[in-house]
Design a protein around this ligand. Structure first.
Ligand SMILES: NC(=O)c1ccc[n+]([C@@H]2O[C@H](COP(=O)([O-])OP(=O)(O)OC[C@H]3O[C@@H](n4cnc5c(N)ncnc54)[C@H](OP(=O)(O)O)[C@@H]3O)[C@@H](O)[C@H]2O)c1
Length: 258
């Protein structure tokens, strides 16, 4: 199926590794030109090179921090100058503060402030600066990566749930205001997506990993490709009548009917 985004410009934030990088690959595979944004310049250059070589699309890496206004301003400048603005914006963010804790133990102001900055303010700041560049184009896609915890709060995840719920609410407001401009606004809410172990993060024991797999009727973790494929579909022409929605990618873990 031709998704109709060949030649469009897609910004993917938090894309020097992990999910952001994989989403950028999936969009590039459909012919979208890619702008990457994250703090590590060296990793960004490597991802930009691999995407350009593999798909032959134009790829630019802009080093910067989503929480820093002047960095986001610089990102907007690159998009405006070099592409005339973005058509597709995927707002991915960093993970919440580590280690995760039970809600009653989560009483440290610094961790709440960090989670607010990284999970909510960073997303709002990027969107506020990108939307003016998109409004005159008559077509657009805004997609935020949140978490399945907005549908079913998971133990030890309050620092994530509280601010992902904020992003979800913000995206719903945007969907209502931007529909008339041809811009759809949606969230993708993952859980249990297989993620390579990162230094400094607690690794799961085999028992814990098995318990996580068994949280879904499918009895397995999701793949990065399955997550990136859903994001890419939401960015497509065919997804034009989906807006204000949250699409869960969690293998059926959330038990609600809707
Ligand atoms: N895996 C799942 O099942 C699951 C479930 C729910 C939610 N999520 C969420 O999905 C998102 C992506 O997860 P992941 O596993 O891909 O994370 P990851 O591997 O830790 O990657 C995070 C990316 O964010 C970038 N980044 C961090 N802080 C940044 C900042 N201030 N400004 C710009 N870029 C920044 C990092 O690059 P630099 O260090 O170079 O900046 C990196 O590229 C996270 O928010 C995670 O919580 C995942």
């Amino acid at each position: 199926m031709d998704l109709g985004i060949n030649g469009k410009t897609a910004l993917v934030t938090a894309s020097s590794g992990g999910m952001g990088r994989n989403i950028a690959h999936a969009l590039a595979a459909e012919g979208a030109n890619i702008v990457l944004f994250a703090r590590s310049a060296d990793k960004l250059s490597a991802v930009a090179r691999e995407i350009e070589q593999k798909y032959g699309v134009r790829t630019v890496g802009v080093p910067g921090d989503m929480c820093v206004g002047s960095d986001v301003e610089r990102l907007a400048g690159v998009l405006e100058r070099e592409f005339g603005g973005p058509d597709i914006v995927v707002v991915n963010t960093s993970r919440p503060p580590n280690p995760i804790r039970a809600t009653l133990d989560e009483a440290d102001e610094a961790r709440w402030r960090e989670a607010y900055q990284n999970q909510l303010w960073s997303a709002i700041q990027v969107l506020c600066r990108m939307i003016p560049l998109m409004q005159g184009r008559g077509w657009g896609r805004l997609i935020a990566i949140t978490s399945a915890s907005v549908k079913s709060p998971m133990p030890h995840h309050s620092l994530s749930t509280v601010f992902r719920a904020g992003v979800t609410a913000y995206m719903k407001h945007l969907a209502n205001e931007l529909g008339a401009k041809g811009i759809t606004v949606n969230c993708v809410a993952p859980a249990l997506i297989e993620t390579p172990h990162r230094t400094g993060m607690a690794a799961y024991s085999e028992d814990q990993a098995a318990a996580r797999r068994n949280l879904t009727p499918l009895g397995r973790m999701g793949t990065q490709e399955e997550l990136a494929g859903v994001v890419t579909f939401l960015a497509s022409m065919q997804a034009g009548f989906i807006t204000g929605s949250t699409i869960a990618v969690e293998g059926g873990m959330v038990g609600s009917l809707l």
